[in-house]
Design a protein around this ligand. Sequence first.
Ligand SMILES: [Zn+2]
Length: 317
Amino acid sequence: MDFKEENKTITINGDEIAPEKNKQVRIEIARLPSGTLIDIPVHVFNSKKPGPTVLIQAGLHGDEINGVETLRRLLQDRTFKIQKGAVIVVPILNIFGFIHFSRDVPDGKDVNRSFPGSKSGSLASRIAYHYTTEVLPQVDLAIDLHTGGAKRDNYPQIRYTKDDEASKTLAKAFGAPYFFASRLINGSFRRTMFRMNKPAIVYEAGESMRFDEQSIEISLKGIKNILTKLDILEGKPQRQKSIHLEKTKWIRASKAGMFVPKINNGNKVKKGQVLGMVTDIHVNKNKQVKAPYDGYVFCVNNQAVVNQGDALFHIGS
Ligand SMILES: [Zn+2]
C-alpha cells in the first residue's frame, strides 16, 4: 500500500485545518421545513508530519448505530493521538436518518445509492454531492462502518472491492472475523471511491438500532490496526483472527412462515446441517433449512415472520 506522504491543509466548508491542528467543522446540507439547519459534523485531525489522509465514517445509513458508537469512543479516547498524516472522522453521515431512526432520508431515498450525487438533486443526492466534493478529494482511503439492514444481524465482517488490491490489503489489516470481496453497488459510496481510485472498505457488524458490544470492540481494534499499519498511530497492530471467504451465498426461504434459527451467527457449519426451520403455523409441515456446503454463517435474519424468498442466512466458505 503506497500513499502520498503529503503535508496538507484540509479545507472543509471554507474552514482551513492546517498541519498540527485538530478541529471540528460542519458541512452544511439543507434546512428542515422548521428552518433548522442540517449539517454534518466532521472531526479533522491533522499532523505536522506528512502522511496519508484516512476517512472513517459511520451512519451513512441513519439507523446503523454500532459505528456511531464506535466513533464516539474513538473521539473520546484520550490516547488517540496521530503521529503523521491526517484522520477525518464523520460519526453520523446521514443526520436526517439518524434523527428519524431510519436508514434513509425523509423522502425514502438511500444516501448510499445516491453517490456521487448532484447539487440540485433530492436530499439524499445533495448529501452525497456535498460529501463527494467537500471531503473525498482530500482523502486517500476510507473505512465505512455499517450494520445489517432491517432485522439482519451481520457477524463482524469486512467487504472489499475485488478489482482493488489495496482494499484487500486494508481488509486483511483490519482483522475482522471474516472478510470477502463484494460487488460494487450502483450509487454506493464505495463505488464512487473506487472510481476516484481510492481504496475503501466497508465494515458490517450487528443489526440496525441495536448496540452490539462485540461488533463495536472489533471495529475499534480494526480501525486502530489500520492506523498503526500506516504508522499514523504508534504501536503494533493487534492480531485478530480473520477468515477470508472465497464464495458467499444467500440462503432464502423456500416457503413463508415463522423462522426459527437453530445455529448461532458466526458458526462453522457442515454441508446438510440444519441451520433453522421455517415453520407452518396451521399444519405440521415445517421446512428445514440446510447448509448448501461446508462453511461459515456470517449473517442471520432475526425477522420471525418471513415471506417466500426472504434472505435467512448468508453463508461463505
Ligand atoms: Zn448500511
